[in-house]
Design a protein around this ligand. Structure first.
Ligand code: PLZ
Length: 448
């Protein structure tokens, strides 16, 4: 689906990482904080569609999309043209100082595309974490309450407030406290690991949720419930069917703002414009980022007009929020999603991956669970003895095998034992099939 100059094929001309990447790795160690980690130390020179070209001339298949960002593919022609045009026109004025059309137009688009037909407003920011922080600020201003409910396995960012909202300590929170107060954590309806079995998961998780909030927090103190409709970094956990709809209804009953964090799931990734669409959930507020910008940094908070207008005038903002170049990129990316039928493509990719992963899991008892939706699929790796003990070592070995073969795939999961697949939605099906062959080879090798 890409009409560019980089052939959409894998091609290795050196071992990985190649000599130029190894040289850059040495320079990185001397210059870049070691606290910033690197998954696969192959330095990228160019990219297009679903192919990354490294500094040694190797062509890699990208099944990570820079963590769910490159949904429209790398160097999408519309995004490239829009960014180039906007850079030459102007790059910055600060919307709060002297505004511009792109910001307004993007907020109109967000109102149109996000779930629900109610009157909406948006505010634009630079990163997912910033969007989540602002969603919480807005919910607090609207309700006059302070408590925020977040879930086990949640990931919402690395700033102080979003660290507190993120569940996992290693590596996101280690040594970084004290954390923001008034965050309360509740269990997620995680079917594969629900103690009494997946069939009881939705009911029991909902009962536990309402009981904990009632006893430990008090509904009248809760400003917001914040949830990823499919958890991303936590392991591509798809909540048991019906759970989220009940939580959303419960929020309505108590005047609590239901915030869907669709930063990873949003914009066609799951085979719908938004993951909430599938269950007919209409969040009061939705946070988006990643794929929205087609590779440029931008994030949004979109919500009911009366909620979004609650903070004082001037209460939201930032120097770069809704940067004109990023707005142009986002509008172009949305155009490609629409014109390219990327909702439908994500579904077809999902069917393809699901099929191949199920074949694999029939062969390898180490694949304990396959889950996800659309082009957001994952497998959870466990000891092959029926105990469901997470196997992070095996997970790392499989990912290393993929990397050696020129396939970029990502790990995730609270226990570090999940491999997630997030291809650009424009990936050619033959390339996807090759990528899945490589994954299968790497599983076979690592389990041998
Ligand atoms: N909410 C649901 O997935 C970002 C994190 C990568 P930022 N996920 C990738 C890492 O290790 O830092 C994410 C997300 C969800 C919020 C965020 C935060 O978005 O743009 O990384 O701030």
């Amino acid at each position: 689906m890409t009409a560019g100059t980089i052939e959409q094929t894998r091609r290795l001309v050196t071992e990985l990482p190649g000599p130029k990447s190894r040289e850059l790795a040495l320079r990185r160690k001397a210059a870049v904080s070691h606290a910033v980690s690197v998954g696969m130390e192959v330095y990228i020179d160019r990219a297009e569609g679903a192919i990354l070209v490294d500094v040694d001339g190797n062509q890699l298949i990208d099944l990570g999309s820079g963590i769910a960002v490159a949904s429209v593919g790398h160097a999408d022609p519309r995004v490239v043209a829009a960014v180039t045009e906007q850079v030459a026109r102007f790059t910055h004025t600060c919307f709060m100082v002297t505004p511009y059309q792109g910001y307004v137009e993007l907020c109109e688009k967000l109102a149109e595309l996000t779930p629900g037909t109610h009157e909406k407003r948006s505010a634009l920011f630079n990163s997912g974490a910033e969007a989540v922080e602002n969603a919480v600020k807005i919910a607090r201003a609207h309700t006059g309450r302070t408590a925020v409910i977040a879930f086990d396995h949640a990931y919402h960012g690395r700033t102080n407030l979003t660290m507190a909202l993120t569940a996992k300590v290693m590596p996101y929170k280690a040594g970084f406290g004290p954390f923001a107060p008034e965050i309360y954590r509740v269990p997620m309806a995680y079917p594969y690991r629900w103690p009494t079995g997946p069939e009881n998961c939705a009911d029991e998780a909902f009962a536990e949720f309402t009981s904990r909030v009632h006893v430990q927090v008090g509904e009248e103190n809760v400003a917001a419930v914040l949830v990823e409709p499919i958890q991303g970094e936590g392991g591509f956990i798809v909540p048991a069917a019906g759970f989220l709809a009940r939580v959303a209804q419960w929020c309505r009953d108590f005047g609590i703002v239901f915030i869907a964090d669709e930063i990873q799931t949003g914009f066609c990734r799951t085979g719908d414009w938004f993951a909430c669409d599938r269950e007919g959930i209409v969040p009061d507020v939705i946070t988006t980022a990643k794929a929205l910008g087609g590779g440029m940094p931008i994030a949004a908070v979109t919500g009911r007009a009366e909620i979004m207008d609650a903070p004082v005038v001037g209460g939201l903002g930032g120097t770069y929020g809704g940067n004109p170049v990023s707005c142009a990129a986002a509008l172009a990316a949305i155009e490609t999603m629409t014109q390219g039928g990327l909702v439908d493509r994500a579904r077809r990719i999902g069917t393809e991956i699901d099929h191949r992963l199920r074949e694999l899991s029939a062969q390898f008892p180490q694949i304990g669970d396959i889950r996800g939706r659309g082009a957001m699929m994952a497998m959870e790796l466990v000891r092959p003895d029926g105990s469901k003990t997470p196997d992070a070592v095996l997970t790392k070995a499989i990912l290393a095998g993929c990397a050696r073969r020129g396939l970029v795939a990502l790990g995730c999961g609270t226990y570090g034992n999940v491999i997630r697949l997030l291809p650009p939605l424009v990936i050619e099906f033959s390339l996807l099939a090759e990528a899945l062959d490589i994954l299968a080879e790497s599983v076979a090798e690592a389990t041998a």
